[in-house]
Design a protein around this ligand. Structure first.
Ligand SMILES: [Zn+2]
Length: 64
């Protein structure tokens, strides 16, 4: 698991959740913006690249 999507159940008005990178098994609590097609999110810690489709998958499934 490298990316999770969480929506805030206390925040009904704003149903949009946040994306978090799971780095080496630990959740980095810095919310991520969805990566743009030409600019994947690169983690300097574990070296992973998260692309737009990874974010979309996390959005659908809750995590990838
Ligand atoms: Zn990482």
């Amino acid at each position: 698991m490298v990316l999770i999507y969480e929506s805030d159940p206390l925040d009904d008005e704003n149903a949009r959740g946040k994306f978090y990178h799971v780095c080496r098994g630990r959740v980095d609590r810095t919310p991520l913006a969805v990566a743009q097609d030409d600019r994947p999110y690169e983690c300097g810690q574990c070296g992973i690249e998260l692309e737009t489709e990874d974010f979309l998958m996390a959005l659908q499934k809750g995590s990838v």
